[in-house]
Design a protein around this ligand. Structure first.
Ligand code: GLY
Length: 352
């Protein structure tokens, strides 16, 4: 086992550690025993998917609940089935749910833990890059409805998160690339944590870090943002940089894009929109393109995009309370910008 990097998510008496490194999952038993919220647990419900194939040992009696692969499983029925299973195996309020997987598992297992017995402890063992740098950290849990993605959920912070970077070696290349779009996003989030990690690199580039340090840097940046705005009344929305077009492309659904791939396109698009609005200059747009290139992401719009449909989807985005709302770069860094002119958004689509 290599060195494990510990990052804390500072939330007062709900603060928790995120352990990052090769073999971090093997610390599950000791973390459960050492964490006040889980130290008295006698049983664990391990929730995973067949495609994950990552073994864990909670060090206490446990039952494994395997939910089907795929995003379709992110529905209320799955949460109901899990909770029934928890009840059948006698899981009590002081026991623990352990989510082992990527964003689908951490969303579903986290939400089941949030509502079972009105909330029991959950620990995430994140097995995908996307899960490690985003989904498992920060307490967003939830499921989709037929009417839209993530419409039902809860903020339910985990008691601990384990990011075992050795399991990333076994990820299919596409799954890894999907995480890289989300990783690219962190290059643009202004935070003291980012400064700290950048100071550790020669060229002032997060990309120069090794994978453990890079995952830890993203977790640290996210931890800081979440600590400053846990329930997204302001700054946390900046973590949605690149997501407005990204979500629209995912919802339009005909482009076979993974979430992170869609976010990569959304990052480039957000830069083009900010340029058209005079918020940033050409160099800054080029900086976005360089970051995407560094991760092997081209950020190009898929062929056959219907611009009208995309603009319409922007208007239906969850953030669109005061007209079409984007997170945009500018002289003061990223900001949430409401009321973005659809004409500008259309021109930006044409320029992609
Ligand atoms: N994935 C964005 C957030 O957790 O706020």
């Amino acid at each position: 086992m290599g060195d494990i990097i510990r990052v804390d998510v500072p939330l007062g008496d709900r603060s928790y550690p995120v352990l990052v490194g090769a073999g971090a999952r093997h610390q599950l038993a000791s973390v459960l025993a050492a964490t006040p919220l889980t130290a008295r647990a006698r049983r664990a419900a391990v929730v995973t998917q067949p495609g994950i194939g990552v073994d864990v040992d909670p060090g206490i009696g446990f039952e494994t609940f395997t939910i089907p692969d795929g995003e379709q499983v992110k529905e209320l029925a799955t949460v109901g089935e899990l909770c029934s299973g928890f009840a059948r195996c006698g899981l009590t309020r002081r026991d623990v749910v352990v989510g082992v997987g990527g964003g689908v598992v951490t969303d579903v297992a986290g939400f089941a833990a949030a509502v079972y017995h009105r909330g029991i402890a959950v620990v995430h063992v994140a097995t995908t890059l996307l899960g490690q740098i985003d989904a498992a950290v920060g307490g967003k849990t939830g499921v989709n409805l037929a009417e839209g993605k993530n419409l039902v959920g809860a903020f339910w912070q985990p008691a601990a998160v384990l990011c075992d970077t050795s399991v990333l070696d076994t990820l299919p290349e596409r799954e890894l690339r999907a995480g890289l779009g989300e990783l690219a996003k962190y290059h643009f989030i202004d935070s003291p944590a980012a400064e700290r990690w950048l100071a550790m690199t020669d060229g002032g580039d997060l990309g120069a870090l090794g994978i453990d340090e890079r995952v830890a840097a993203c977790v640290d940046i996210k931890a800081e943002v979440v600590a400053s705005d846990e329930t997204e009344s302001g700054r946390r929305a900046l973590l949605n940089y690149g997501h407005t077009l990204g979500h629209a492309l995912e919802i339009a659904g005909r482009f076979d894009l993974r979430h992170g791939e869609a976010v990569a396109i959304g990052l480039r698009y957000a830069a083009v929109v900010a340029r058209l609005l005079g918020r940033i200059d050409d160099d800054r747009v080029a900086a976005h393109e360089r970051v995407l290139e560094a991760y092997g992401l081209d950020g190009a719009l898929p062929a056959g995009i219907d611009h009208d449909e995309i603009i319409e989807l922007f208007g239906r985005d969850k953030k669109a309370a005061d007209g079409i709302t984007f997170v945009l770069d500018g002289p003061r860094g990223l900001e949430v910008v409401p009321g973005v002119d659809p004409g500008v958004l259309r021109r930006a689509l044409e320029q992609m």
